[in-house]
Write a protein that binds this ligand. Structure first.
Ligand code: AHG
Ligand code: MN
Ligand code: MN
Length: 283
């Protein structure tokens, strides 16, 4: 028996080979901006439409929201269904340079905007040298290999014991003094690996251990990443994989955003690094 939540991830896995296959011919810019004021690639809009077609019809899914759409769409008629929030193509600026990108999926059991505590499952697809999907639910995260004829269970995902890599976004002169001081300590122990696609950077934290983050900047105190579509879903995945998350003062899953496109400083990874971050930012 598969319920609506399983069917959402089945739909994302089914769409993945098609999304990957459609990227080579969609490297141009579309003539539009998204709600966050960013120029959309044709690939962003196309991936959003494709996922909407696959997910909106699932019984039990009542609301569909995406980084690429202004409003939350009501797609079901039950009052107590799930809300699916998507970043259809994360790291889409990597399409042009042929670097990895991803799809992020959050399933909330409340209408949006909704608190992080209402996430019942989250996951992502990573379009890298292979296509993989990580799905987190009920305190566990599982990785799958995604191919045209279906997905193969690769087993549980757990952060390794020791942190190894880090990657933090934003221009260094735009970082706050406290954050820069924290990073100077991190780089004594960990190795920089930053690729410009949150999903790829988070996945290497899951595999090698460490931390990924996009801080609040002097020019943009809330940073760049969007709570419903990016930050809270990856926090859910990383916490299920034995790691931690932070907005600089506490878990991202404790957030209760006021609007659907709200941004937040975003950090995920080893508990020890999150603790050091929170200590540094509270000074
Ligand atoms: P998106 O392509 O969905 O807008 O997300 C881009 C995000 C995220 O993937 C990444 O961590 C960050 O933007 C990279 O930003 P910079 O190019 O500023 O490093
Ligand atoms: Mn993104
Ligand atoms: Mn995106």
């Amino acid at each position: 028996m598969s319920g609506p939540v399983e069917r959402v991830f089945d739909a994302a896995a089914d769409a993945a080979p098609e999304i990957r296959g459609g990227l080579p011919e969609r490297r141009a810019k579309a003539e539009s901006e998204n709600e966050s004021g960013e120029v959309q690639l044709e690939a962003d809009v196309w991936a959003d439409d494709l996922l909407f077609d696959r997910i909106a019809d699932i019984e039990g899914v009542n609301w569909y929201a995406s980084e690429e759409r202004e409003d939350v769409l009501t797609v079901g008629d039950a009052d107590d269904g799930y809300a699916v929030a998507l970043d259809p193509l994360d790291g889409s600026s990597n399409v042009k340079s042929n670097n990895p990108c991803g799809t992020v999926v959050g399933v909330y059991d409340q209408p949006l905007p909704a608190p992080g505590s209402s996430l019942v499952a989250a996951g992502f697809v990573l379009y890298g040298p292979t296509t993989t999907m990580v799905v987190a639910r009920d305190g566990e995260a599982t990785e799958y290999l995604v191919e045209a004829d279906g997905r193969t269970d690769l087993g549980p995902v757990e952060l390794p014991e020791e942190p190894t890599v880090y990657g933090f976004g934003g221009r260094v002169p735009d970082w706050t003094e406290a954050f820069e001081a924290f990073v100077r300590d991190v780089e004594d122990d960990l190795k920089l690996r930053y690729g410009g696609a949150m999903i790829a950077d988070v996945n290497q934290v899951l595999v090698y251990g460490g931390a990924f983050g996009y801080p609040g900047l002097r020019s943009a105190p809330e940073g760049k990443l969007r709570a419903h579509f990016e930050s809270m879903p990856v926090a859910y995945v990383v916490e299920c994989a034995g790691g931690a998350s932070s907005d600089g003062s506490g878990s991202l899953l404790d957030l209760d955003p006021d609007s659907v496109h709200e941004r937040t400083p975003t950090f995920v990874g080893h508990r020890s690094v999150m603790d050091d971050l929170e200590a540094a930012l509270s000074d």
